[in-house]
Structures are given as C-alpha cells and as structure tokens.
Design a protein around this ligand. Structure first.
Ligand SMILES: *Cc1c(COP(=O)(O)O)cnc(C)c1O
Length: 423
C-alpha cells in the first residue's frame, strides 16, 4: 500500500470533507523551499506550509539547536519550575517586541495564544469588578479554531455549527482603503452600546480572508479609540509576525501599541508547535494580588517546552542575520515587479504586496466562494505544475519561505500567470 492509501484508512485531515476531497499528497522529504512526494515529484512550497516556515525545510541550524536541547533537557513542567531556554526567549522577545510588552505567556499554537489573550481581556475586568464581556473583532477575521478564537473569527462556514454557543463578539468592518471612516464609526458605536473588554485584530493583513490589507494609520486610529475607552487591544500577529510584512512585526508599522500580542506560526521556524501571548505590565498587574482567585488559571501541559524554546531562539537568530533581512527585501522587490506586470491584466481585479506577502484577485463570472470551483481548478493546476499554492476563492497569494531562490520565485510567478490564462 502507498502512504496515501494507508492514510485514507485511518486519518482525518483538517478543513477536509473526506467524501468529496482529493487524496492528500504524501510528502517524504523537504529541503529549503522544496518538498518531494513519495513518488519523488518535486514541489515548490510557495506558502511556507501554512505560513510557518521562513527559513526553509529541514533547516540544519534550527535542527542542531533542537538536538542540543533534546539531549540536555527535553521538557520540564512549567508550573513551579523554570529554565534557561524560556528565560532566553523572553529576553530576546523583549528586545524585538514593541517596548510596552513586558510579560510573556507560553502555549502551543495560534488558537491557544488567542484563547489566552481573550480570557485575559475578560478576566482583567472581572478582577477589577467591572462588567465588560463583549469582544470586538473585524469582519472576515480569522483567529483560530478553539472556542473563543472561533467566536472572534468571522468566516462563517468555519463556525456556523456553533452559532449561539459563543462568547459575545461584535464585528466591525475592516478599514480597507476608502472605508476607514465606516470602520472608526462602527467601533465608536459598538463601544458606546456594549460593555467592551477587548478588540482583537490581525494587524495590517487578514491572512485567511485572502491577504486583505489595510493601512497602519487606520489601525493606529482604531487602537486610539479603544485606549480612550479603556478597551484592551489584542494584536494577533500569529501570521504577520517574524518578518512577513517586511518588519519584524506588523505592529512595527503602527504608531499605537497594543496591550497584548499573539505569536505562533513562524516563531519556531516551522519546526515545533509553540505559541506566546505577550502583555503590558499593566495587564499583568490586574492579576497580581494576594487573592489567589485573581490569578490566571490557564495552562497547557507543554507550556514553555524547552525544545520549542530552543527552536524559537535559533529561528529569531536566523531572522536577525543580514542575509535573511536581505532575502526579505529581495522577495519584496521581486513581488512589486511582478505586481506591476500583472495588475493591468484583463483578468486581474487587483494585486497587492506587503513584505513577502503577495496576493492577486482574479476575475470570475460567478460569485466565488471560499472553496468554490475556481479555487479547485486553480489549486489542481498549481499542484500539477509542482507549485504549492492554496487560493482563497478567486484570490491567489504567495507567502514564500524567505530563502526561496529567484529562480523558484520566477517559476511561481510564471505558474500564476499561466493559471490566470487558464481560468
Ligand atoms: C493560523 C492563525 C491562527 C491560528 O493558529 P493555529 O496554530 O492554527 O491554531 C490564529 N490567528 C491567525 C491570524 C492565524 O493566521
């Protein structure tokens, strides 16, 4: 039996309707921006395996750091204990995060990082005896698949089975160009009408919505409105963090600082699942009390796993090298050139670039749903050509590992151009 046949016997895949979906591709090996399947077919990983892998597959520098940690201290519980890798990650993050971030809390994935942030926002006001229970989020947001994260997410078919079972979330429009005022007004309105605890947002780019982008000035204004009204702000940098937008964090473009930041995905260079939620001292202090009930009673078994911490430290080291910063700049410029070339194409609605993120919207005769027919046609075309891209409806985006070569990038662009001709 092939791996694919054995897979269908036992495995349940994410976001997959097994009755109608195609069989998964069994990948046996990866190096740099490339992956090979069990029949040795080569693929370019143009979406960094769901945005986690900036430094390439099977990265030796991170692997060595992991091996060294595994053979020194692989894991120890974090309740009542601590260790150097966690402390070093904290010290490193203090150097690179917005200066108001002072405390870090570890968990396992993007959803849990968000879950922690939302729970902290709600308990912050509970601890202060203030009744504030509403969370504000953007339309079409994606914050993960655990319950509070799902509640904050606005992509409906992900969450429709659970409507009515969620914490209170009120949605406001994203301040995309030309619609900033509507977004500001909606926020003011929501704050006036509800007892709002927090506002969660994907800064500058909504990944799962199809790399929808908006300007730092608009976000700065929204954060300002929240601050005036004592509403906590949560920047979900799970996708945007660690260089994707051209700066270390998307929030580095924004004048205003958030109260909390969620990190995961590229945190460990795509090796070990790990996440972090960071906080201001002021948020932490609302839990600091003689009363044990004011503590944050949240934790995960693998909290601050030392091996994950070692992977994170090695990844941040790689990100900070001149070579990697030059790669980010190189890919950004390359995207801009491609954008210029393609945006006037008759079948292109619009194209956009931020950092290493590029997206193009393709004209479609029918209303394109997320998993609609154009999406399937595009996806299959790319896979046949040996390029891994996962379109969102009629939006094709590239989020390459930073080490992708110019030659590989050109192949990705060429394949997208061919796909546009084909659909
Ligand atoms: C992927 C993602 C999450 C969820 O992360 P998981 O590790 O899949 O739980 C949350 N927020 C954003 C912005 C994401 O892109």
């Amino acid at each position: 039996m092939t791996l694919t046949e054995k897979d269908s016997q036992y495995l349940w895949h994410p976001y997959t309707q097994h009755k109608t979906s195609q069989t998964p591709i069994a990948i046996s090996r990866g190096e740099g921006a490339l992956l090979w399947d069990e029949n040795n077919k080569e693929y370019i990983d143009a979406i960094a395996s769901w945005w986690v892998n900036p430094f390439g597959h099977s990265n030796k520098f991170i692997a060595d750091a992991i091996y060294k940690q595994l053979t020194t201290l692989e894991h120890v519980l974090f309740g009542g204990f601590t260790h150097e890798p966690a402390i070093k990650v904290a010290e490193k993050l203090m150097e690179i995060l917005p200066k108001n971030q002072q405390k870090i809390f570890f968990s396992d994935n993007g959803s849990t990082a968000v879950e922690v942030a939302i729970k902290v926002a709600l308990q912050y006001f509970f601890n202060k005896n203030e009744k504030r229970t509403t969370i504000i989020a953007f339309e079409n947001a994606f914050h993960g698949d655990t319950f509070a994260a799902m509640a904050a997410s606005g992509i409906s078919f992900y969450t429709q089975a659970f409507q009515g079972m969620f914490i209170d979330v009120v949605r406001i429009p994203v301040p995309i160009k030309g619609q900033e005022e509507a977004s500001f007004e909606a926020l003011k309105n929501v704050i006036e009408k509800h007892n709002c605890a927090g506002f969660i947002f994907e800064p500058l780019v909504q990944g799962a919505a199809g790399m929808v982008m908006y300007e730092p000035e608009a976000l700065s204004k929204l954060i300002g409105i929240c601050k005036e009204n004592n509403v906590l702000t949560i920047a979900d940098e799970v996708m945007t963090g660690f260089g994707k937008t051209g700066k270390t964090f998307a929030m580095d473009y924004v004048d205003a600082d958030p109260d909390m930041i969620c990190l995961s995905k590229a945190l460990t260079g795509g090796t070990i699942p790990m996440a972090i939620t960071t906080f201001t001292q002021e948020v932490f202090d609302a839990f600091y009390d003689d009363d044990i009930n004011k503590a944050l009673f949240h934790g995960h078994t693998f909290t601050a796993n030392p091996t994950g911490c070692a992977a994170a430290l090695a990844s941040i080291d790689l990100l900070q090298t001149n070579e990697m910063q030059a790669n980010i700049e190189r890919i950004h410029k390359s995207h801009l050139t491609f954008q210029k070339k393609i945006e006037s194409h008759a079948k292109v609605i619009t194209a956009r670039t931020l950092g290493v993120i590029f997206a193009v919207e393709i004209k479609s005769d029918s209303e394109e749903s997320y998993y609609g027919s154009m999406r399937t046609k595009l996806y299959n075309f790319f896979i046949n050509k040996g390029v891994i891209l996962r379109p969102v409806g009629n939006i094709v985006y590239i989020l390459p590992p930073y080490i992708m070569t110019d030659e590989q990038l050109q192949k990705v662009y060429k394949t997208i151009e061919e796909a546009i001709e084909m659909v």
